[in-house]
Ligand binder design. Structure first.
Ligand SMILES: C[S@@+](CC[C@H](N)C(=O)[O-])C[C@H]1O[C@@H](n2cnc3c(N)ncnc32)[C@H](O)[C@@H]1O
Length: 205
């Protein structure tokens, strides 16, 4: 199928998608916002004083949801792509795995934090295997960062794709965290291999 036709079909599907429609009604920048709303209903981890890092934040749906729930805590959003300003959310543009950006994150909070979110996804290549591998690598690196920056009872919530790195992510998560739950929100498209891993409480090694 030609690229134009694929994007036209994608647009038609999107317009029929109830979460896409709701995101427009409620003023969310992405339909992904509903995934975080749903996961917070289930796990109840966004508290009014939480400090939170949102990795892969653009266009900003998750940061909007976090800001609604977190009234006093600091929120830092980060993405390679630019993100339009959200009130009381600070933003760093850059690749989170670069040393300089890593340092900026730590000096921004200057303390341990409560929540690390990662909805990061690597750019699609056309190969589902490569995409799931690269997104899995992002999750593994985000998990490493989370382990360093989180409070002892902190929460790490990340997108993963069922695929080659899945087992490795599972094993690492078991080493790092006390509680691990895998969850697919209703708002995550059925045809997508995406699921989320919710981890809570750092294990002392
Ligand atoms: C699915 S989108 C996130 C949607 C967002 N949660 C929302 O609700 O609007 C995935 C994002 O991950 C970002 N990303 C991918 N690799 C990254 C990296 N190494 N560092 C920072 N952001 C990255 C992409 O630029 C993209 O904007």
């Amino acid at each position: 199928m030609k690229k134009n036709k694929i994007s036209k079909n994608w647009l038609i599907k999107q317009k029929k998608d109830s979460f896409f429609i709701q995101s427009k009604i409620y003023g969310y920048r992405s339909r992904s916002a509903f995934k975080l709303i749903e996961m917070n209903k289930k796990f109840k981890f966004l508290k009014k004083n939480s400090s939170l890092l949102d990795l892969g934040s653009s266009p900003g749906g998750w940061s909007q949801v976090a800001r609604k729930e977190i009234i006093k805590g600091k929120i830092l959003a980060l993405d390679i792509k630019f993100m339009e300003k959200i009130g009381n959310v600070d933003f760093i543009q850059g690749d989170f795995s670069e040393k300089e950006i890593y340092k900026k994150i730590f000096s921004y909070f200057n303390n341990k934090i409560d929540v690390v979110l990662s909805d990061m996804a690597a750019n699609t290549t056309g190969s589902k295997m490569i995409d799931s591998y690269r997104t899995g690598e992002l999750c593994l690196n985000a998990m490493k960062l989370a382990k360093e920056i989180l409070n002892p009872d902190g929460v790490f919530l990340s997108k993963i794709f069922m695929g080659s790195v899945y087992e490795e992510i599972n094993e690492k998560a078991k080493k790092y965290f006390k509680k691990i739950v895998k969850y697919k929100p209703l708002s995550s498209k059925k045809e997508s291999k995406e699921i989320y891993i919710f981890c809570k409480g750092i294990l002392k090694i």
